[in-house]
Structures are given as structure tokens and as C-alpha cells.
Design a binder for this molecule. Structure first.
Ligand code: 173
Length: 320
């Protein structure tokens, strides 16, 4: 009798109600609990609380402990994992314009309104088999951090830890970029293999780099981007209700960005100062030269590698 009642109730509710709870395997490209993983980790907690019975995320952890940093995009594209927290700069080996997300002069809320978000998804779907679910870090500019002093906005003769984010800007400024994932930077600094590195304003304490950092160059440039992506095949296999629940929790996360990251930037600036990191601050025309060069070099690189999508990405991600 009981069985019959349940069967009738399910039949009445339609096929969606019969869908099983789905568990997604999620990975962060950054080590667990690092600044750049924290937004994603809050999102996971929220999904696992709010989407019970529909969809859950099994967090496999983050950083090279789980998989090589610069292989995360391939793992998502092929479906080895279902969900990824990563900047576009870590998966340019899937499609090079992934790096363009760092150039956003408008926030994710605006990108969702002006067509940028839809265009990003068109590219990410087609070239990466990825669904771009939303942004996990924004509002934190990148900076150059150094072990040696510079007195003009040039980087001649310096060897700097890099990834694609900084590549064109560093080369145009005269530096020699040395590509390495975040978890190799400490040893490279310790051994004097590099004279500095690129990194956002937030997070240098997570991996102990403050111990080997003497200077930060201001102003910062770009807008550090870390986003949550879902394997597209997996995304399409979910029900509307499951997708809707994930979208809803992402909206919840993004709504906190202004407050969370505004506060974090202010705190990190103070913490760097307290740690004795000196600021090399370019002002006036020198600051403009530095910032303009970053933007021009950044877009030139993206448009050269992706002439089909680069110009439209530039238009959609720039302040009008
Ligand atoms: O490794 C990096 O410097 C990088 O690409 C990045 C991007 C976003 C946030 C932090 C680091």
C-alpha cells in the first residue's frame, strides 16, 4: 500500500522528481584554503546545504596535490572532473582566449547584463566543452612583486615568475618571464631563480612568499579572475532544477563580492605594510605609462592568439 502511494506521488510529480541526486567532482586549481580557493569553498558548502537531494559537490581538493596546475582545463574538458575553480590563465592550453577574463574592466554583474557573459559562454562551450557558471574572485588587481628595487616603470634585466596573465606585459617591459605554477614560486625565490613574480594584491602570505618579497610595484593592473566552470556534457545532463539550484547559489556568492573583496584588499595592503614590504609607487605619467602598457600588451597578445574572438571580447569587457 505504502509503495503504491509513493509511486502515485512520483508519477504525479513528473519525471523531474524521479531524478537522482547527482554528485559532481570539484577541484580548485589553487591549494585548499588559499585565498583564491576560499570563494569556491564557500560556494560548495552552500550548494551542499541548499541543493540536498538534487545536486552535491564532492570537493577533491586543490592545487598540484590533486592534479598538475596547468592541466586542470584539460581535465575539465575531457570530463575527468565535473567542476573547476580556476583562472583562465591556467587553461590557455585548451583555448588561448581563456586568458582574456583577466582584462575585465567591468564586474561580473555588468558582464551578465551587457552580453559579455553570454559571449564568454558561447566560446567556452564551443572551444572548451565548458559551461562558465560564474565568478569566484573579482576586484583584486595584479601587482609586480620584487626582491630588487626599480626606479622607473621598466623591468629590464629582471627574471620574473610568470604565467600567461603577465607574459606580454612582462616581455614588453623588458623582463624575462619564467613560467611556473604558484606552488613553485617559494623555492624559486629562495634560490634566487627569479627576482620577483606577478600575483594579485591578495594571497601572497598563503604560500609564504612574504619572506622573500621586498617590494610591491603600484599601481596594480587588470582584475584577477577566478571562476567556477562545469564540464558542458555534465551540465547538459542535469535537470533544470539541478542547474537552477547551482545558478542560484552562484548568484548568492557573486552578490557578496563587493563586500568580501573590498575588505580583503584593504586588509592585505595593511598586512603587507606590517610585513615590511615597501611600495614602489609610480605616479602621474609614469603610472599611466605602466597601466596603459599592461592593457595594450595584454590585449595585443590575446588578439594575436585569437583573432576570431579577441576583438569582441575586448569590446565587451572594456568600460565604454
Ligand atoms: O598564477 C597566477 O599568477 C595567476 O594566473 C592568478 C590568476 C588569478 C588569481 C591568482 C593568480
Amino acid at each position: 500500500m505504502k509503495k503504491l502511494v509513493i509511486a502515485a506521488a512520483l508519477a504525479a510529480a513528473g519525471p523531474a522528481a524521479l531524478a537522482q541526486e547527482v554528485t559532481l567532482r570539484g577541484v580548485s586549481a589553487f591549494p585548499e584554503k588559499n585565498f583564491q580557493s576560499a570563494g569556491f569553498e564557500r560556494f560548495i558548502q552552500r550548494v551542499n546545504a541548499e541543493c540536498k537531494g538534487q545536486v552535491q559537490i564532492n570537493y577533491l581538493g586543490g592545487g598540484p596535490k590533486v592534479m598538475p596546475t596547468l592541466e586542470v582545463g584539460k581535465a575539465l574538458q575531457s570530463g575527468v572532473i565535473d567542476m573547476l575553480n580556476s583562472p583562465g590563465s591556467f587553461y590557455t592550453n585548451v583555448f588561448p582566449e581563456s586568458d582574456a577574463l583577466k582584462m575585465g574592466q567591468i564586474g561580473i554583474a555588468e558582464q551578465r547584463k551587457n552580453g559579455a557573459f553570454a559571449y564568454i559562454n558561447e566560446i567556452w562551450n564551443k572551444k572548451g566543452n565548458m559551461y562558465y557558471l560564474g565568478r569566484a574572485v573579482e576586484g583584486t588587481p595584479f601587482h609586480v612583486y620584487l626582491t630588487k628595487k626599480i626606479d622607473k616603470p621598466e623591468l629590464n634585466g629582471l627574471r620574473l615568475r610568470s604565467v600567461s596573465v603577465y607574459q606580454d606585459f612582462f616581455v614588453t617591459s623588458g623582463a624575462t618571464p619564467i613560467t611556473m605554477p604558484p606552488t613553485d614560486v617559494f623555492t624559486a625565490l629562495e634560490r634566487g631563480v627569479v627576482d620577483g613574480y606577478g600575483w594579485p594584491i591578495t594571497g601572497i602570505f598563503d604560500l609564504g612568499w612574504d619572506k622573500h618579497t621586498k617590494f610591491r610595484v603600484d599601481p596594480g593592473f587588470y582584475n584577477a579572475e577566478v571562476s567556477v566552470l562545469v564540464n558542458l556534457t555534465k551540465w547538459r545532463s542535469l535537470t533544470d532544477a539541478q542547474r537552477g539550484c547551482l545558478e542560484k547559489q552562484m548568484a548568492w556568492l557573486e552578490a557578496q563580492h563587493a563586500e568580501v573583496y573590498g575588505k580583503a584588499v584593504a586588509e592585505e595592503i595593511k598586512r603587507q605594510e606590517a610585513a615590511g614590504i615597501q611600495v614602489i609607487k609610480f605616479e602621474g605619467p609614469q603610472a599611466k605609462q605602466w597601466s596603459d602598457r599592461a592593457v595594450e600588451a595584454g590585449w595585443a597578445g590575446i588578439i594575436k592568439n585569437s583573432p576570431d574572438t579577441g576583438p569582441r571580447l575586448r569590446q565587451l569587457l572594456s568600460k565604454q
